[in-house]
Write a protein that binds this ligand. Structure first.
Ligand SMILES: NC(=O)c1ccc[n+]([C@@H]2O[C@H](COP(=O)([O-])OP(=O)(O)OC[C@H]3O[C@@H](n4cnc5c(N)ncnc54)[C@H](OP(=O)(O)O)[C@@H]3O)[C@@H](O)[C@H]2O)c1
Length: 225
């Protein structure tokens, strides 16, 4: 029985990955900031354990790691993310830019490191962090600088973590889910959440140490940094 821990599991891609993982018979520790208002998550059936986690709050992260002491984690999915609302050159909210870094760039490292012992208890531990092709230097654009820069920083943090953890046998990858119809992606997005989540889960299922440090999309294609 494999155990997955997913952050930001109350809506969007995180909720759908949780739903599909449960359908596959996996045990899912689904985390979100406020479980009491996560009705859609609570309605899911299967080997589901819902836990509170604010990925930017060290005491929240430490508390969950302590609660889960002794639990072997096969997969950690750093899914929680944010898209700033004021991030253009003419209309910049610098606090939001800082928050984008806290959630998108620093939290995946913070959460991964807190769960190192749990991951090391698995025979095939994997960390998958959702970033974005908008972070790729090859696809640089003039919009959404808070999002692009924070996700690019997440990519670099995950590459560094991959090198740090290679000798420990923990695989670390960045994944792009596609442009997906969620609150963040909007209704005009190219991809449904079901297709994105199933692709991501298939890619994650197949990850091994030979993939560590890679940047892949939801179909398993390698992306340029
Ligand atoms: N949708 C796309 O087109 C797209 C494209 C590329 C990459 N991505 C990435 O894919 C991931 C999921 O995106 P999505 O489209 O599902 O986004 P979404 O619908 O906006 O959901 C974002 C999730 O992140 C959670 N979250 C935000 N800050 C958090 C924090 N401090 N602690 C814990 N959870 C937090 C939210 O929880 P609350 O409900 O509490 O706010 C929510 O569950 C993100 O990392 C995003 O950047 C998405």
């Amino acid at each position: 029985m494999q155990t997955y821990l997913i952050t930001g599991a109350n809506r969007g891609i995180g909720l759908e990955m949780t739903r599909q993982a449960l359908e596959l018979g996996l045990r899912v520790i689904a985390t979100c900031r406020d479980p009491s208002s996560a009705a859609e998550l609570a309605a899911l059936e299967g080997l589901l354990d819902i836990q509170a986690l604010d990925v930017t709050d060290q005491s929240s992260v430490d508390a969950l790691a302590a609660t889960l002491t002794g639990v072997a984690l096969d997969v950690l999915i750093n899914n929680a993310g944010v898209m700033a609302t004021h991030q253009s050159i003419d209309d910049m909210d610098y606090e939001e830019w800082m928050t984008s870094f806290a959630i998108n760039a620093i939290a995946p490292w913070r959460v991964s490191v807190a769960f190192e012992q749990h991951l090391k208890s698995s025979s095939r531990p994997r960390v998958a962090t959702l970033t974005s092709q908008m972070a790729s230097l090859k696809r640089a654009g003039s919009d959404r600088v808070a999002y692009r820069s924070s996700k690019a920083a997440a990519n670099m943090a995950m590459r560094t973590l991959a090198l740090e953890w290679q000798a420990k046998g923990i695989t670390v990858c960045s994944l792009h889910p596609g442009w997906v119809q969620t609150d963040m992606g909007g209704s005009n997005a190219a991809l449904g959440v079901v297709e994105s989540a199933s692709g991501l889960l298939e890619v994650i299922d197949g990850l091994s140490l030979k993939d560590t440090g890679r940047f892949l999309d939801y179909e398993g294609e390698r992306l340029p940094w």
